[in-house]
Design a binder for this molecule. Structure first.
Ligand code: BGC
Ligand code: CA
Length: 447
C-alpha cells in the first residue's frame, strides 16, 4: 500500500515538473521545484524522497524534439501547390502555425481597390483612353500569402483567369496590349460609364541574389514601366507595403497615382495622408502575441487557449473578430482590417501591442524561459519594422527571453547555422526562407 502511494506521488511530481519545466540546464529557475515540493508535502512521510526525485527530474533535459515549436509568417507548405506540410505542422504535439487569414485579407484588398475606383470615378482614367490600367508588384510566387493577394486583386477587378477552380496567380510580365494569357481584360461600370480594366504589367519582385518581396526591385520596376507607358498607369497595386512604398516614393506620389499595399506598416499608414491609396492590416499585433503566447502556454503546461480564447490569470484575452483557429491545420490565423483614408489615424503606430492582451504576466507563475526565434530576412520591411518590434514588446509581458536571429532572406543555412545548440532553448519560433524547408529545422531538433 505504502509503496504504491509513494510511486503515485513520485509520478505526479515528475509529470508536474516535466510539463511545467521544459527548461534547459542553463535555466536557473527554481519555481517548478517548489511546485513539485508542494505536491510532495501533501504526503508528509515521503517529502525528502520526493524532493530528491523532483530535483533529479528537473536537471534532466527535455529532448529538443519534444519542445514547443511555432512556425510563423511562412506556413510550412509546398511552394508550387500551396498544399500544407502536415508533417511539419504536426512535428510534435506542441507544434503550431501562426499567421493570418490570407483569403479574407486578399478579398479585402481587392474590395478596397474597387471601392476606391467607385469613389473616384471622375478622375481615375488619367489619360482618358477608357481603360483603367494597373500594375501589380508580386512578392514571392511560391508564398501562399502572396499568391492569395494576387488572386484577390484579380478576382475583385475581374482580370483573373480561372484554371482548375483557382485564379491563376502567374505574373503577366508586360501586357500593355492586353494579350497576356494569364490575365484578361475586364469591364467595370463606374458612375454610368463603362471602362476596360487591364493589368498592364506584373512581375515577381525578386532581386538577383534571390531575395523575394524585394522593395528595391519594385522601385526599379515602376521606373521601367512608367518610362514606357506611364500615362496608362491609373493604379499601382502591391502584394505588400514594402514594395508599394518603394513604388510610391519612386513614382506614384509625384504623379498622384493611387497606390495600394498590404501590412499597414507605420510608414505606409502615414503616407495615406499624402495620397497612398490604402493598405490592409494583417493584425500583426495579434499575430506577434499569438506567436509567443502559444509558446508560453506550452511551456507552462496549460491549455493552449489560455490568454487567447480564454482569459488568463491577468485578464488577457482575444475575441473571435481578432483571429480564428483551424484545428485540422494546427494554425492560428489573425483576421485582417482595411486601412484607408477613412480610418488610418487609428493605425499610425504599427508596433503598439494590442490593448486586450497587453497585461504583464506574473513572473512567479510564469517564470522566464528561453526562446530561439528567427526572422527569415532581416531587411524585410514588414517583419523588421512591424513584426519584430511587436515581438519585442510582448516578450517582456510574457516573461520570455527571446534570442532574435535575422536571416539574409536567401538561404536557409544562413539561419540554421545559427541554431548550433538547440538544447540551450526551451522553445522555438521559426520563420523559414522557403515554405518547403521545414525539415531543415526539424532535422536539427531531432539530433
Ligand atoms: C508580408 C510581407 C512579407 C512576408 C514575409 C507577408 O505576410 O505581408 O510584407 O514580406 O510576409 O514572409
Ligand atoms: Ca487610362
Amino acid at each position: 500500500m505504502k509503496r504504491k502511494l509513494v510511486s503515485i506521488v513520485l509520478a505526479t511530481a515528475m509529470t508536474a515538473s516535466l510539463v511545467a519545466c521544459g527548461s534547459s540546464s542553463s535555466d536557473t529557475t527554481t519555481d517548478t521545484g517548489s511546485a513539485t515540493e508542494e505536491k510532495a508535502e501533501e504526503s508528509t512521510e515521503e517529502t525528502a524522497e520526493s524532493t530528491e526525485t523532483a530535483e533529479a527530474t528537473e536537471s534532466g533535459d527535455v529532448a529538443n524534439s519534444e519542445k514547443p515549436l511555432v512556425w510563423f509568417n511562412r506556413q510550412p507548405s509546398n511552394s508550387s501547390t500551396g498544399e500544407l506540410d502536415m508533417d511539419a505542422l504536426n512535428y510534435n504535439d506542441k507544434t503550431y502555425y501562426v499567421g493570418f487569414d490570407a483569403n479574407q485579407g486578399a478579398e479585402l484588398q481587392g474590395q478596397m481597390v474597387v471601392e476606391y475606383l467607385e469613389a473616384h470615378a471622375d478622375e481615375i482614367d488619367r489619360n482618358g483612353d477608357g481603360i483603367i490600367g494597373y500594375v501589380l508588384a508580386i512578392g514571392d510566387i511560391g508564398h501562399n500569402d502572396s499568391i492569395a493577394r494576387t488572386r484577390g486583386v484579380r478576382s475583385a477587378l475581374g482580370t483573373g483567369i480561372e484554371t482548375d477552380g483557382a485564379i491563376d496567380s502567374t505574373p503577366a510580365g508586360t501586357n500593355v496590349d492586353g494579350t497576356a494569357t494569364v490575365v484578361q481584360d475586364a469591364t467595370i461600370e463606374l458612375d454610368g460609364t463603362s471602362y476596360t480594366v487591364r493589368e498592364l504589367a506584373s512581375q515577381e519582385m525578386k532581386n538577383s541574389a534571390g531575395a523575394t518581396w524585394d522593395a528595391a526591385t519594385a522601385g526599379n520596376a515602376i521606373g521601367t514601366w512608367s518610362a514606357s507607358f506611364g500615362d496608362q498607369i491609373d493604379i499601382v497595386i502591391s502584394n505588400n507595403d514594402g514594395m508599394g512604398m518603394s513604388m510610391f516614393n519612386a513614382w506614384s506620389k509625384e504623379n498622384a497615382v493611387p497606390t495600394f499595399g498590404y501590412d499597414a506598416n507605420s510608414d505606409a499608414v502615414a503616407a495615406i495622408a499624402e495620397g497612398y491609396g490604402g493598405t490592409i492590416s494583417q493584425h500583426a499585433d495579434v499575430q506577434a502575441y499569438l506567436t509567443l503566447r502559444v509558446l508560453r502556454n506550452l511551456l507552462d503546461g496549460v491549455d493552449v487557449d489560455t490568454g487567447i480564447g480564454t482569459p488568463d490569470d491577468a485578464g488577457n484575452v482575444l475575441s473571435d473578430t481578432d483571429y480564428k483557429y483551424v484545428e485540422e491545420e494546427r494554425s492560428y490565423y489573425a483576421l485582417n482590417l482595411a486601412v484607408t483614408a477613412d480610418n488610418y489615424e487609428n493605425f499610425m503606430d504599427a508596433t503598439q501591442t494590442y490593448a486586450p492582451v497587453s497585461t504583464q504576466l506574473d513572473s512567479t507563475a510564469h517564470p522566464t524561459k528561453n526562446v530561439w526565434l528567427d526572422i527569415y530576412n532581416a531587411s524585410d520591411n514588414f517583419l523588421s519594422a512591424t513584426y519584430q518590434p511587436l515581438l519585442q514588446n510582448y516578450d517582456d509581458l510574457l516573461n520570455l527571453n527571446v534570442e532574435y536571429i535575422g536571416g539574409d532572406g536567401q538561404t536557409e543555412s544562413n539561419i540554421t547555422n545559427r541554431l548550433g545548440n538547440p538544447s540551450q532553448y526551451d522553445a522555438f519560433a521559426i520563420n523559414m526562407v522557403k515554405t518547403d524547408n521545414a525539415a531543415s529545422y526539424t532535422a536539427l531538433l531531432d539530433q
